[in-house]
Design a protein around this ligand. Structure first.
Ligand SMILES: [Zn+2]
Length: 326
């Protein structure tokens, strides 16, 4: 299992509470997306299930082997499901039944619910039953990316766990240990809100290389608008959010440079020479804001619309660029 130095203190805290027999039965952890939280949740499961209960799950005992194979009968992991990415009441009813059943391996049981804010109201209400009276020997951990979206009745019944996100140095070291060179590591972190795992995933997908033609095409469409969409053709296979996020970050950087006259705080670190030149050519900030808003609109449509005609959406944005910048 991957290790994340910034999650070590949390691991130690859990171990300490468990050793003192004070580990709460219902816990919640907020955030951690892009920082290794998914792996950490797996560690937590194996920690509860391992027959040896040391700081590290032993990886050798029968429980650890079953867990590694994903077949331990006393561990249950729930994630949002379907196109709408919801956790529905049927799934939570299974959790409730599971919590009330006797552990099959004779040890403890563990339930992990990822993105718990995706529970609809019926699901959240069903979960309250086990939060009010947690069955003995069962540990429930909710992970959420948006704590405020959880019902207050749930929030008040779980013990919050917290961790400090990685420092910049920790993230850089972690990425360098993964074989990324230091400058690339810095760029990946700048582009991905300081999230090392998201940065690494983007790197492995070759996003850094792909984004150059994306940005070049947008700059070209700003400089010399084309009334056709030929230059877009090769981008249509890209995931809408990835492409739009890339353009948005570039436009945001230009706005920053236009407004402050400095490249301080820009995220496209490898374009630090190019950004001031563009800002100089187009020194009015309003058109850039309009372009930013248009990108936000397209992003929103791409996110909300399940039957998206991505090509149509992208092309209509593209052809509007000249009028947006007028
Ligand atoms: Zn074990």
């Amino acid at each position: 299992m991957d290790t994340f130095p910034w999650l070590q203190p949390l691991q130690e805290r859990i171990t300490q509470l468990a050793t003192q027999r004070r580990l709460p039965h219902a816990m919640m952890i907020s955030g951690g997306a892009g920082m290794g939280i998914t792996s950490w949740l797996t560690w937590f499961e194996s920690y509860v299930l391992c027959q040896h209960g040391s700081l590290r799950p032993c990886g050798q005992c029968h429980a650890c082997q079953l867990h590694a194979a994903g077949t331990h009968p006393d561990g249950l992991r729930l994630q949002p499901d379907g196109k709408a990415q919801l956790i529905k009441v049927d799934a939570v009813r299974q959790v409730v039944n599971f919590a009330h059943n006797t552990a099959q391996a004779g040890g403890q049981k563990v339930i992990v619910i990822e993105s718990a804010e995706r529970m609809n109201t019926a699901a959240a209400n069903a979960l309250l039953k086990i939060l009010e009276e947690p069955p003995a020997g069962t540990f429930l951990l909710l992970q959420t990316d948006d704590m405020n979206a959880l019902l207050p009745t749930i929030r008040s019944r779980v013990q919050r766990l917290s961790f400090a996100p990685p420092t910049k140095e920790q993230s850089i070291t972690w990425l360098v240990n993964k074989g990324v060179n230091e400058d690339t590591a810095k760029l990946l972190l700048a582009l991905h809100y300081g999230q090392p795992c998201t940065g690494l995933a983007a790197h492995e997908q070759g996003i850094l290389v792909q984004r150059e033609p994306w940005i070049r095409a947008l700059a070209q469409q700003i400089r010399q608008p084309m009334l056709n969409t030929r230059s877009l053709e090769s981008f249509l296979t890209t995931e809408p959010e990835v492409l739009l996020r890339c353009w948005t970050s570039w436009v945001t950087d230009i706005i920053r440079v236009v407004q402050t006259g400095s490249t301080e705080g820009v995220v496209n670190l490898d374009m630090i020479d190019q950004l001031p030149r563009i800002a100089e050519q187009y020194p009015q900030v309003q058109p850039w804001f309009r372009l930013y808003d248009a990108l936000q609109d397209v992003t929103q449509s791409a996110r909300l619309n399940n039957n998206l005609n991505w090509q149509l959406l992208l092309e209509s944005f593209w052809l509007r660029i000249p009028s947006i910048l007028k």
